[in-house]
Design a protein around this ligand. Structure first.
Ligand SMILES: N[C@@H](CCC(=O)N[C@@H](CS)C(=O)NCC(=O)O)C(=O)O
Length: 85
């Protein structure tokens, strides 16, 4: 199983959608609370180069945010990354 990390914050519809997508896929993932101003948010910014959440990493590779995750899924490229295909 790949190592999946997702940085999120409360009250974030993009975060909820991304978490829902990963949950629906049935893969284990680590959700990292990254409220604005927190050390985890700084870590997310440093690793991704983006200020927004969610930010998703699979085996350390930056996937992007919710839109990027959904686009990969639509293109049929997400399941292989998740070890499902
Ligand atoms: N297109 C992005 C949108 C994400 C987004 O706008 N997230 C908001 C929270 S719901 C955010 O982090 N805003 C603060 C910022 O952009 O620095 C995605 O699909 O992940």
């Amino acid at each position: 199983m790949p190592d999946i990390e997702i940085y999120t914050q409360l009250f974030c519809p993009y975060c909820e959608r991304a978490v829902h997508t990963l949950t629906r896929k049935g893969v284990p993932f680590r959700e990292i609370a990254a409220q604005s101003g927190s050390a985890a948010r700084e870590e997310s910014i440093r690793r991704s180069g983006r200020t927004s959440v969610p930010q998703i990493f699979i085996d350390g590779q930056h996937i992007g945010g919710c839109d990027d995750l959904l686009a990969l899924d639509r293109a049929g490229k997400l399941d292989p990354l998740l070890g499902l295909a």
